[in-house]
Write a protein that binds this ligand. Structure first.
Ligand SMILES: NC(=O)c1ccc[n+]([C@@H]2O[C@H](COP(=O)([O-])OP(=O)(O)OC[C@H]3O[C@@H](n4cnc5c(N)ncnc54)[C@H](OP(=O)(O)O)[C@@H]3O)[C@@H](O)[C@H]2O)c1
Length: 248
């Protein structure tokens, strides 16, 4: 018997991960604002033998997230796996105050609201896995993606710190950095998205990485190499390469 908590399960990666983890003996606690989408997903999970429990919650609402966690801790104890996946891209022209606030509230504070209420109990029990949804976009600020990239960079640093703190207690912590994946988030993108993956394929890679206890789960490899090299280059050389790429 295992209990898994997935935020942002109403579409994209969260939906695909819910389907992938759905099997007999698994209780899936699913969080999102669009409860009608969660209700569409639930029968598919039941068909696969899992028990879905739906939570219509905005991850930015710390009080509601704490109440949900308290309920879970009181009944089944901490989840064996938490996937803090809910996230937003923000506006197209995303370097301004408003976008920064919106994106950080969901992508950063929403992740803390998801993980922190469970962390003490997980450490006390000396078990469990935490997986935080970052992005390869967290390696460097990209054009019009200031808020989004900054939020994922913040998660990367935060996850490193939490991993250092939690793993001696037996709680493993992974950062997931996917490249481009076909979801509602990327559907509106007008620019080229190299090495694009389906959500189902991305979910399979994420599950394999979590099972191996990887500190960083990153894919696809060619894009991982490109962003890592870009991040290592002198910043203005990186700017020049990005300008050249955007002209193509
Ligand atoms: N697609 C990509 O190429 C890609 C690449 C790297 C990383 N990622 C990351 O993967 C994660 C999932 O994104 P996706 O691509 O699957 O996009 P998506 O299809 O737009 O899914 C986003 C999910 O997050 C949920 N969400 C957003 N704000 C929320 C809030 N305030 N409270 C609760 N749930 C909220 C949405 O549910 P509701 O709207 O129903 O609340 C939805 O289920 C994000 O963290 C994203 O940054 C995506």
């Amino acid at each position: 018997m295992s209990t898994i908590l997935i935020t942002g399960a109403s579409s994209g990666l969260g939906w695909a991960l819910s389907l992938l983890y759905a099997e007999p003996g698994v209780t899936l606690h699913l969080v999102a604002r669009r409860s009608e989408r969660l209700r569409d997903l639930a029968p598919l999970l039941v068909e696969a033998g899992a028990r879905p429990v739906l939570h219509e919650i905005d991850v930015r609402d710390r009080k509601k997230m704490e109440e949900m966690a308290a309920g879970l801790l009181a009944t089944t104890g901490p989840p064996s796996l938490i996937i803090a996946n809910a996230g937003v891209r923000g506006e197209e022209d995303g370097n301004d105050f408003r976008t920064m606030e919106q994106v950080f509230d969901t992508n950063v504070m929403g992740v803390l609201n998801t993980v922190m209420p469970f962390l003490p109990a997980m450490k006390e029990e000396g078990r469990g896995r935490i997986a935080v949804m970052g992005s390869l976009a967290g390696y460097r600020g990209l054009p019009k993606g200031g808020a989004y990239c900054a939020s994922k960079a913040a998660l990367s640093a935060w996850t490193d710190a939490v991993r250092y703190e939690a793993e001696p207690f037996g709680v493993s912590v992974s950062l997931i950095n996917p490249g481009y994946v076909v979801t509602e988030m990327t559907r509106k993108n007008s620019y080229p998205m190299p090495f694009l993956l389906t959500a189902a394929e991305a979910a399979r890679r994420i599950r394999a990485g979590i099972a191996k206890g990887r500190a960083r789960i990153e894919f696809p490899l060619p894009l991982v190499l490109i962003v890592r090299i870009l991040a290592l280059l002198p910043p203005r050389l990186g700017d020049r390469i990005l300008r050249m790429a955007s002209r193509k």
